[in-house]
Design a binder for this molecule. Structure first.
Ligand code: ARG
Length: 478
Protein backbone atom coordinates (compact mmCIF):
# COMPACT_ATOMS: atom_id res chain seq x y z
CA UNK A 1 0.00 0.00 0.00
CA UNK A 2 1.33 3.39 -0.85
CA UNK A 3 1.33 6.09 1.80
CA UNK A 4 -0.37 9.42 1.26
CA UNK A 5 3.00 11.05 0.89
CA UNK A 6 4.18 8.53 -1.70
CA UNK A 7 1.00 9.03 -3.64
CA UNK A 8 1.51 12.77 -3.62
CA UNK A 9 5.12 12.42 -4.70
CA UNK A 10 4.36 10.23 -7.67
CA UNK A 11 1.27 12.11 -8.66
CA UNK A 12 2.52 15.65 -8.54
CA UNK A 13 6.15 15.01 -9.41
CA UNK A 14 5.83 12.32 -12.06
CA UNK A 15 9.00 13.52 -13.76
CA UNK A 16 11.84 15.01 -11.79
CA UNK A 17 13.95 17.27 -13.92
CA UNK A 18 17.72 17.63 -13.75
CA UNK A 19 18.22 14.63 -11.49
CA UNK A 20 16.52 16.29 -8.54
CA UNK A 21 14.84 13.67 -6.43
CA UNK A 22 11.16 13.60 -5.69
CA UNK A 23 12.19 13.73 -2.06
CA UNK A 24 13.85 17.07 -2.67
CA UNK A 25 10.82 18.47 -4.43
CA UNK A 26 8.60 17.25 -1.65
CA UNK A 27 10.78 18.79 1.06
CA UNK A 28 10.91 22.03 -0.81
CA UNK A 29 7.20 22.01 -1.07
CA UNK A 30 6.78 21.37 2.63
CA UNK A 31 9.32 23.96 3.73
CA UNK A 32 8.33 26.71 1.35
CA UNK A 33 4.59 26.47 1.10
CA UNK A 34 4.23 28.94 3.92
CA UNK A 35 5.87 31.53 1.69
CA UNK A 36 2.75 32.26 -0.37
CA UNK A 37 1.50 35.71 0.44
CA UNK A 38 -2.05 34.51 0.24
CA UNK A 39 -1.78 31.05 1.71
CA UNK A 40 -4.02 30.45 4.70
CA UNK A 41 -5.07 26.98 5.70
CA UNK A 42 -5.30 25.15 2.40
CA UNK A 43 -2.29 23.33 0.98
CA UNK A 44 -1.96 24.17 -2.68
CA UNK A 45 -1.39 21.27 -4.98
CA UNK A 46 2.22 21.73 -6.13
CA UNK A 47 1.40 20.77 -9.73
CA UNK A 48 -1.26 23.46 -9.82
CA UNK A 49 1.25 25.87 -8.39
CA UNK A 50 3.89 24.91 -10.94
CA UNK A 51 1.41 25.35 -13.76
CA UNK A 52 0.06 28.70 -12.60
CA UNK A 53 3.43 30.21 -11.67
CA UNK A 54 4.74 29.10 -15.05
CA UNK A 55 7.71 31.12 -16.23
CA UNK A 56 7.10 34.01 -13.83
CA UNK A 57 10.01 33.21 -11.55
CA UNK A 58 12.41 33.72 -14.43
CA UNK A 59 10.62 36.52 -16.26
CA UNK A 60 9.88 38.53 -13.15
CA UNK A 61 13.62 38.95 -12.61
CA UNK A 62 13.43 41.49 -15.43
CA UNK A 63 10.90 43.42 -13.38
CA UNK A 64 12.73 43.22 -10.02
CA UNK A 65 14.46 46.58 -10.30
CA UNK A 66 11.15 48.28 -11.02
CA UNK A 67 9.32 46.41 -8.30
CA UNK A 68 11.75 47.94 -5.83
CA UNK A 69 11.30 51.43 -7.30
CA UNK A 70 7.51 51.08 -7.12
CA UNK A 71 7.79 49.92 -3.51
CA UNK A 72 10.05 52.85 -2.59
CA UNK A 73 7.43 55.29 -3.91
CA UNK A 74 4.54 53.41 -2.31
CA UNK A 75 6.23 53.34 1.11
CA UNK A 76 7.08 57.02 0.99
CA UNK A 77 3.44 57.67 0.28
CA UNK A 78 2.33 55.31 3.09
CA UNK A 79 4.42 57.37 5.49
CA UNK A 80 2.79 60.58 4.26
CA UNK A 81 -0.66 59.22 5.12
CA UNK A 82 0.43 57.83 8.48
CA UNK A 83 0.48 54.12 7.63
CA UNK A 84 4.23 53.88 8.26
CA UNK A 85 6.16 55.94 10.77
CA UNK A 86 9.19 57.93 9.67
CA UNK A 87 11.49 55.38 11.32
CA UNK A 88 9.67 52.44 9.77
CA UNK A 89 9.83 54.02 6.35
CA UNK A 90 13.55 54.65 6.71
CA UNK A 91 14.14 51.00 7.64
CA UNK A 92 12.04 49.88 4.67
CA UNK A 93 13.95 52.26 2.40
CA UNK A 94 17.27 50.79 3.52
CA UNK A 95 15.93 47.27 3.08
CA UNK A 96 14.69 48.08 -0.41
CA UNK A 97 18.00 49.70 -1.25
CA UNK A 98 19.76 46.46 -0.31
CA UNK A 99 17.40 44.51 -2.57
CA UNK A 100 17.99 47.01 -5.37
CA UNK A 101 21.76 46.49 -5.07
CA UNK A 102 21.26 42.73 -5.18
CA UNK A 103 19.19 43.13 -8.35
CA UNK A 104 21.78 45.35 -9.99
CA UNK A 105 24.67 43.04 -9.11
CA UNK A 106 22.78 39.98 -10.34
CA UNK A 107 22.47 38.22 -6.98
CA UNK A 108 18.73 38.67 -6.54
CA UNK A 109 16.79 35.45 -7.00
CA UNK A 110 13.22 34.34 -6.60
CA UNK A 111 13.49 31.47 -4.16
CA UNK A 112 11.90 28.06 -4.43
CA UNK A 113 8.32 28.18 -3.34
CA UNK A 114 8.04 31.94 -3.83
CA UNK A 115 5.58 32.77 -6.58
CA UNK A 116 6.85 35.98 -8.09
CA UNK A 117 9.01 39.05 -7.67
CA UNK A 118 6.40 40.88 -5.62
CA UNK A 119 6.26 38.08 -3.07
CA UNK A 120 10.06 37.77 -2.99
CA UNK A 121 10.59 41.46 -2.21
CA UNK A 122 8.00 41.38 0.56
CA UNK A 123 9.47 38.14 1.94
CA UNK A 124 12.99 39.60 2.06
CA UNK A 125 11.78 42.73 3.83
CA UNK A 126 9.74 40.73 6.31
CA UNK A 127 12.70 38.46 7.06
CA UNK A 128 14.81 41.52 7.71
CA UNK A 129 12.32 43.82 9.39
CA UNK A 130 9.63 41.55 10.81
CA UNK A 131 6.24 43.23 11.18
CA UNK A 132 7.38 46.40 9.41
CA UNK A 133 7.95 44.39 6.23
CA UNK A 134 4.42 43.04 6.51
CA UNK A 135 2.98 46.55 6.43
CA UNK A 136 4.17 47.62 3.01
CA UNK A 137 1.41 45.92 1.09
CA UNK A 138 -1.22 48.20 2.66
CA UNK A 139 -3.27 49.84 -0.05
CA UNK A 140 -1.91 47.88 -2.97
CA UNK A 141 -2.31 44.57 -4.67
CA UNK A 142 0.02 42.55 -6.84
CA UNK A 143 -2.33 43.56 -9.64
CA UNK A 144 -1.30 47.21 -9.53
CA UNK A 145 2.22 46.27 -8.52
CA UNK A 146 2.78 44.28 -11.69
CA UNK A 147 1.14 47.08 -13.69
CA UNK A 148 3.63 49.59 -12.27
CA UNK A 149 6.56 47.24 -12.82
CA UNK A 150 5.57 46.71 -16.43
CA UNK A 151 5.12 50.44 -17.05
CA UNK A 152 8.49 51.31 -15.53
CA UNK A 153 10.23 48.47 -17.34
CA UNK A 154 8.63 49.40 -20.66
CA UNK A 155 9.36 53.08 -20.20
CA UNK A 156 13.04 52.29 -19.61
CA UNK A 157 13.24 49.93 -22.57
CA UNK A 158 11.47 52.40 -24.86
CA UNK A 159 14.05 55.04 -23.93
CA UNK A 160 16.81 52.65 -25.02
CA UNK A 161 14.96 51.76 -28.18
CA UNK A 162 14.35 55.39 -29.15
CA UNK A 163 18.06 56.06 -28.69
CA UNK A 164 18.96 53.02 -30.77
CA UNK A 165 16.54 54.14 -33.49
CA UNK A 166 18.18 57.57 -33.51
CA UNK A 167 21.63 55.97 -33.90
CA UNK A 168 20.46 53.98 -36.92
CA UNK A 169 18.67 57.02 -38.32
CA UNK A 170 21.87 59.09 -38.11
CA UNK A 171 23.90 56.34 -39.77
CA UNK A 172 21.38 56.07 -42.62
CA UNK A 173 21.27 59.80 -43.16
CA UNK A 174 25.06 60.01 -43.22
CA UNK A 175 25.24 57.28 -45.85
CA UNK A 176 22.46 58.98 -47.80
CA UNK A 177 24.35 62.27 -47.90
CA UNK A 178 27.66 60.58 -48.67
CA UNK A 179 26.23 58.69 -51.64
CA UNK A 180 23.65 61.16 -52.84
CA UNK A 181 25.20 61.32 -56.32
CA UNK A 182 25.57 57.58 -56.80
CA UNK A 183 22.80 56.20 -58.97
CA UNK A 184 21.34 52.73 -58.70
CA UNK A 185 18.44 51.04 -60.46
CA UNK A 186 14.95 51.41 -59.06
CA UNK A 187 12.54 48.50 -59.47
CA UNK A 188 8.83 47.93 -59.78
CA UNK A 189 7.65 44.28 -59.90
CA UNK A 190 11.38 43.53 -59.42
CA UNK A 191 11.78 44.69 -63.04
CA UNK A 192 14.29 47.43 -63.80
CA UNK A 193 12.18 50.58 -63.71
CA UNK A 194 13.70 54.02 -63.17
CA UNK A 195 16.88 55.61 -61.89
CA UNK A 196 17.18 55.69 -58.13
CA UNK A 197 20.18 56.51 -55.96
CA UNK A 198 21.91 55.33 -52.84
CA UNK A 199 21.02 58.72 -51.40
CA UNK A 200 17.36 57.81 -51.86
CA UNK A 201 17.74 54.23 -50.69
CA UNK A 202 19.47 54.97 -47.40
CA UNK A 203 17.36 58.10 -46.88
CA UNK A 204 14.11 56.18 -47.37
CA UNK A 205 14.82 53.93 -44.40
CA UNK A 206 15.75 56.96 -42.31
CA UNK A 207 12.38 58.55 -43.07
CA UNK A 208 10.63 55.27 -42.34
CA UNK A 209 12.21 55.34 -38.87
CA UNK A 210 10.87 58.87 -38.35
CA UNK A 211 7.34 57.50 -38.76
CA UNK A 212 8.18 54.58 -36.48
CA UNK A 213 9.34 57.10 -33.89
CA UNK A 214 5.85 58.55 -33.89
CA UNK A 215 4.52 55.16 -32.78
CA UNK A 216 7.26 54.90 -30.17
CA UNK A 217 6.35 58.33 -28.85
CA UNK A 218 2.68 57.37 -28.58
CA UNK A 219 3.65 54.12 -26.86
CA UNK A 220 5.92 55.99 -24.46
CA UNK A 221 3.26 58.54 -23.57
CA UNK A 222 0.63 55.88 -23.06
CA UNK A 223 2.87 53.84 -20.84
CA UNK A 224 4.09 56.84 -18.85
CA UNK A 225 0.97 56.98 -16.67
CA UNK A 226 0.77 55.72 -13.13
CA UNK A 227 -1.54 52.80 -12.30
CA UNK A 228 -0.32 52.52 -8.67
CA UNK A 229 -3.17 52.89 -6.21
CA UNK A 230 -5.64 51.04 -8.39
CA UNK A 231 -4.82 48.08 -6.12
CA UNK A 232 -6.76 45.00 -7.20
CA UNK A 233 -8.51 47.17 -9.80
CA UNK A 234 -11.01 49.01 -7.63
CA UNK A 235 -8.90 51.33 -5.46
CA UNK A 236 -8.64 51.25 -1.70
CA UNK A 237 -10.34 52.59 1.42
CA UNK A 238 -6.97 53.98 2.55
CA UNK A 239 -6.65 57.65 1.60
CA UNK A 240 -3.86 56.92 -0.89
CA UNK A 241 -2.05 59.91 -2.34
CA UNK A 242 -1.77 58.87 -5.96
CA UNK A 243 -0.57 62.29 -7.10
CA UNK A 244 2.43 61.81 -4.85
CA UNK A 245 3.42 58.40 -6.24
CA UNK A 246 2.87 59.74 -9.77
CA UNK A 247 5.40 62.49 -9.11
CA UNK A 248 7.82 60.27 -7.23
CA UNK A 249 7.95 57.79 -10.08
CA UNK A 250 8.28 60.54 -12.71
CA UNK A 251 5.11 59.60 -14.56
CA UNK A 252 3.46 62.25 -16.78
CA UNK A 253 0.12 61.66 -15.10
CA UNK A 254 -1.78 58.80 -13.55
CA UNK A 255 -4.21 56.37 -15.07
CA UNK A 256 -6.98 58.10 -13.15
CA UNK A 257 -9.86 55.68 -13.19
CA UNK A 258 -8.86 52.63 -11.19
CA UNK A 259 -10.89 50.27 -13.37
CA UNK A 260 -9.24 51.69 -16.46
CA UNK A 261 -5.82 51.44 -14.81
CA UNK A 262 -6.35 47.69 -14.54
CA UNK A 263 -7.81 47.52 -18.05
CA UNK A 264 -4.50 48.96 -19.26
CA UNK A 265 -2.86 45.59 -18.62
CA UNK A 266 -2.61 43.99 -22.00
CA UNK A 267 -3.77 47.09 -23.83
CA UNK A 268 -0.58 48.89 -22.95
CA UNK A 269 1.58 45.91 -23.99
CA UNK A 270 -0.33 45.49 -27.24
CA UNK A 271 0.11 49.14 -28.17
CA UNK A 272 3.79 49.15 -27.29
CA UNK A 273 4.08 45.99 -29.40
CA UNK A 274 2.56 47.89 -32.33
CA UNK A 275 5.35 50.45 -32.01
CA UNK A 276 7.99 47.72 -31.86
CA UNK A 277 6.37 46.04 -34.85
CA UNK A 278 6.54 49.29 -36.79
CA UNK A 279 10.30 49.54 -36.22
CA UNK A 280 10.64 45.83 -36.98
CA UNK A 281 8.79 46.34 -40.27
CA UNK A 282 11.33 48.94 -41.34
CA UNK A 283 14.24 46.70 -40.36
CA UNK A 284 12.92 43.58 -42.03
CA UNK A 285 12.36 45.37 -45.34
CA UNK A 286 15.80 46.94 -45.15
CA UNK A 287 17.31 43.55 -44.34
CA UNK A 288 15.61 42.02 -47.36
CA UNK A 289 16.89 44.80 -49.64
CA UNK A 290 20.37 44.43 -48.22
CA UNK A 291 20.42 40.64 -48.74
CA UNK A 292 19.17 41.02 -52.29
CA UNK A 293 21.42 43.92 -53.26
CA UNK A 294 24.39 42.07 -51.75
CA UNK A 295 23.82 39.01 -53.95
CA UNK A 296 26.19 38.61 -56.93
CA UNK A 297 23.26 38.99 -59.34
CA UNK A 298 22.72 42.53 -58.10
CA UNK A 299 26.07 43.48 -56.61
CA UNK A 300 24.91 46.92 -55.51
CA UNK A 301 26.25 46.74 -51.97
CA UNK A 302 28.90 44.73 -50.23
CA UNK A 303 28.88 43.78 -46.57
CA UNK A 304 32.25 44.06 -44.87
CA UNK A 305 33.81 40.56 -44.91
CA UNK A 306 33.87 40.45 -41.09
CA UNK A 307 30.08 40.76 -41.12
CA UNK A 308 29.50 37.76 -43.38
CA UNK A 309 29.41 34.07 -42.55
CA UNK A 310 30.85 31.08 -44.40
CA UNK A 311 29.63 27.76 -45.70
CA UNK A 312 30.84 24.37 -44.50
CA UNK A 313 31.03 23.04 -48.06
CA UNK A 314 31.38 25.99 -50.47
CA UNK A 315 34.68 27.70 -49.80
CA UNK A 316 33.79 30.88 -51.67
CA UNK A 317 30.69 31.81 -49.64
CA UNK A 318 30.29 35.09 -47.76
CA UNK A 319 26.70 34.96 -46.65
CA UNK A 320 24.59 37.84 -45.28
CA UNK A 321 23.20 35.70 -42.43
CA UNK A 322 23.17 38.73 -40.18
CA UNK A 323 20.45 40.34 -42.27
CA UNK A 324 18.60 37.04 -42.58
CA UNK A 325 18.47 36.55 -38.81
CA UNK A 326 17.42 40.18 -38.46
CA UNK A 327 14.67 39.70 -41.04
CA UNK A 328 13.32 36.61 -39.29
CA UNK A 329 13.41 38.19 -35.83
CA UNK A 330 11.74 41.33 -37.13
CA UNK A 331 9.09 39.39 -39.02
CA UNK A 332 8.32 37.51 -35.83
CA UNK A 333 8.13 40.80 -33.91
CA UNK A 334 5.50 41.97 -36.33
CA UNK A 335 3.26 39.18 -35.09
CA UNK A 336 3.64 40.34 -31.48
CA UNK A 337 0.67 42.75 -31.35
CA UNK A 338 -1.57 39.98 -32.69
CA UNK A 339 -0.17 37.40 -30.29
CA UNK A 340 -0.90 39.73 -27.39
CA UNK A 341 -4.34 40.58 -28.73
CA UNK A 342 -5.17 36.89 -28.90
CA UNK A 343 -4.49 36.59 -25.17
CA UNK A 344 -6.26 39.72 -23.92
CA UNK A 345 -8.87 40.40 -26.56
CA UNK A 346 -11.80 38.49 -25.17
CA UNK A 347 -11.37 39.33 -21.50
CA UNK A 348 -13.89 41.53 -19.71
CA UNK A 349 -12.68 44.32 -17.43
CA UNK A 350 -10.92 43.34 -14.20
CA UNK A 351 -7.83 41.27 -13.51
CA UNK A 352 -7.35 37.78 -14.91
CA UNK A 353 -4.36 35.51 -14.63
CA UNK A 354 -4.39 35.20 -18.43
CA UNK A 355 -2.59 38.53 -18.43
CA UNK A 356 0.47 36.93 -16.86
CA UNK A 357 1.11 34.95 -20.06
CA UNK A 358 1.58 38.19 -22.01
CA UNK A 359 4.86 38.70 -20.15
CA UNK A 360 6.27 35.58 -21.85
CA UNK A 361 5.92 37.22 -25.25
CA UNK A 362 6.32 40.83 -24.33
CA UNK A 363 9.36 41.01 -22.05
CA UNK A 364 11.88 39.27 -24.35
CA UNK A 365 10.82 41.35 -27.36
CA UNK A 366 12.80 44.39 -26.23
CA UNK A 367 16.14 42.61 -26.26
CA UNK A 368 15.36 41.28 -29.74
CA UNK A 369 14.60 44.64 -31.28
CA UNK A 370 17.51 46.34 -29.53
CA UNK A 371 19.91 43.71 -30.82
CA UNK A 372 18.57 44.07 -34.35
CA UNK A 373 18.88 47.86 -34.21
CA UNK A 374 22.46 47.65 -32.96
CA UNK A 375 23.41 45.15 -35.69
CA UNK A 376 21.74 47.21 -38.39
CA UNK A 377 23.55 50.36 -37.28
CA UNK A 378 26.91 48.60 -37.19
CA UNK A 379 26.57 47.28 -40.70
CA UNK A 380 24.95 50.33 -42.28
CA UNK A 381 27.91 52.38 -41.06
CA UNK A 382 30.29 49.97 -42.83
CA UNK A 383 28.40 48.81 -45.90
CA UNK A 384 30.13 49.55 -49.23
CA UNK A 385 28.24 50.74 -52.27
CA UNK A 386 29.04 49.96 -55.88
CA UNK A 387 29.50 53.22 -57.73
CA UNK A 388 29.76 51.55 -61.15
CA UNK A 389 26.47 49.68 -61.39
CA UNK A 390 25.08 51.74 -64.19
CA UNK A 391 27.97 50.97 -66.55
CA UNK A 392 26.19 47.66 -67.10
CA UNK A 393 23.99 47.99 -70.20
CA UNK A 394 21.24 45.82 -68.70
CA UNK A 395 20.12 48.93 -66.84
CA UNK A 396 20.05 51.21 -69.93
CA UNK A 397 16.30 50.99 -70.40
CA UNK A 398 15.60 52.57 -67.04
CA UNK A 399 16.50 55.94 -68.56
CA UNK A 400 13.55 55.65 -70.96
CA UNK A 401 11.31 57.93 -68.91
CA UNK A 402 14.07 60.54 -68.73
CA UNK A 403 14.12 60.59 -72.54
CA UNK A 404 10.32 60.69 -72.81
CA UNK A 405 10.26 63.65 -70.42
CA UNK A 406 13.05 65.40 -72.35
CA UNK A 407 11.06 65.10 -75.59
CA UNK A 408 7.89 66.27 -73.81
CA UNK A 409 9.74 69.30 -72.46
CA UNK A 410 10.72 70.12 -76.04
CA UNK A 411 7.05 70.12 -77.01
CA UNK A 412 6.23 66.58 -78.15
CA UNK A 413 2.96 65.37 -76.52
CA UNK A 414 3.80 62.92 -73.72
CA UNK A 415 1.98 59.96 -75.31
CA UNK A 416 3.79 60.46 -78.64
CA UNK A 417 7.14 60.74 -76.89
CA UNK A 418 6.34 57.59 -74.88
CA UNK A 419 5.58 55.70 -78.11
CA UNK A 420 8.70 56.92 -79.91
CA UNK A 421 11.03 55.91 -77.09
CA UNK A 422 9.25 52.55 -76.78
CA UNK A 423 9.78 51.83 -80.46
CA UNK A 424 13.45 52.96 -80.27
CA UNK A 425 14.01 50.52 -77.43
CA UNK A 426 12.36 47.70 -79.41
CA UNK A 427 14.51 48.53 -82.43
CA UNK A 428 17.70 48.64 -80.34
CA UNK A 429 18.38 52.27 -81.28
CA UNK A 430 17.82 53.83 -77.84
CA UNK A 431 20.90 55.45 -76.31
CA UNK A 432 20.40 56.49 -72.72
CA UNK A 433 21.46 59.84 -71.36
CA UNK A 434 22.61 58.90 -67.88
CA UNK A 435 22.67 62.44 -66.54
CA UNK A 436 19.49 62.65 -64.54
CA UNK A 437 17.90 65.93 -63.47
CA UNK A 438 15.42 65.33 -60.68
CA UNK A 439 14.81 68.46 -58.68
CA UNK A 440 11.51 68.18 -56.85
CA UNK A 441 11.30 67.54 -53.11
CA UNK A 442 12.26 64.05 -52.08
CA UNK A 443 13.79 63.13 -55.43
CA UNK A 444 17.32 62.07 -56.41
CA UNK A 445 18.54 65.65 -56.70
CA UNK A 446 16.70 67.01 -53.66
CA UNK A 447 16.65 64.43 -50.91
CA UNK A 448 15.21 66.69 -48.19
CA UNK A 449 17.38 64.95 -45.61
CA UNK A 450 17.38 68.10 -43.49
CA UNK A 451 13.59 68.19 -43.43
CA UNK A 452 13.45 64.50 -42.52
CA UNK A 453 15.97 65.10 -39.74
CA UNK A 454 13.84 67.93 -38.38
CA UNK A 455 10.80 65.68 -38.44
CA UNK A 456 12.60 62.89 -36.60
CA UNK A 457 14.23 65.03 -33.94
CA UNK A 458 11.01 66.97 -33.38
CA UNK A 459 9.28 63.72 -32.41
CA UNK A 460 12.24 62.36 -30.45
CA UNK A 461 12.92 65.54 -28.49
CA UNK A 462 9.28 65.85 -27.46
CA UNK A 463 9.83 62.92 -25.09
CA UNK A 464 11.33 63.94 -21.77
CA UNK A 465 13.44 60.98 -20.71
CA UNK A 466 15.31 63.00 -18.11
CA UNK A 467 12.22 63.53 -16.01
CA UNK A 468 11.73 59.78 -15.62
CA UNK A 469 15.42 59.05 -15.12
CA UNK A 470 15.88 61.77 -12.52
CA UNK A 471 12.80 60.67 -10.60
CA UNK A 472 14.14 57.11 -10.40
CA UNK A 473 17.54 58.34 -9.20
CA UNK A 474 15.94 60.61 -6.59
CA UNK A 475 13.78 57.77 -5.28
CA UNK A 476 16.83 55.68 -4.55
CA UNK A 477 18.34 58.49 -2.54
CA UNK A 478 15.44 59.89 -0.55
N1 ARG B 1 2.10 37.03 -11.74
C1 ARG B 1 0.89 37.78 -11.75
C2 ARG B 1 0.71 38.47 -13.11
O1 ARG B 1 1.66 38.64 -13.83
C3 ARG B 1 0.95 38.80 -10.67
C4 ARG B 1 -0.38 39.26 -10.20
C5 ARG B 1 -1.03 38.21 -9.39
N2 ARG B 1 -2.37 38.61 -9.06
C6 ARG B 1 -3.35 37.74 -8.77
N3 ARG B 1 -4.51 38.26 -8.52
N4 ARG B 1 -3.18 36.47 -8.83
O2 ARG B 1 -0.38 38.81 -13.45
Amino acid sequence: MTSGRQALETKVFPVCAEGISREHHYCNYITTMAKKLWEKNIDVNPEIERFTVGRDKKLDLMLARYDVLGSLAHCKMLESIGLLTKEERELVRQGLWGIYSAVMTGTFIIEDGVEDVHSQVELMLTRKLGDIGKKIHSGRSRNDQVLVDLKLFTRHELQDICEAVIALFDALQQQSEKHKDVLMPGYTHLQVAMPSSFGLWFGAYAESLADDMLFLQAAYRMCNRNPLGSAAGYGSSFPLNRTMTTELLGFDSMNYNVVYAQMGRGKSERNVAFALASVAGTLSKMAFDACMFNSQNFGFVKLPAECTTGSSIMPHKKNPDVFEIMRAKCNRLQALPMDIAMIMNNLPSGYFRDLQIIKELFLPAFADIKECLAMATYIIERIEVNKEILNDSRYDAMFSVEEVNRLATEGMPFRDAYKKVGLDIEAGTFTPDKNVHHTHEGSIGNLCNEEIKKLMYGIYNAMDFDKARNAEKALLKA
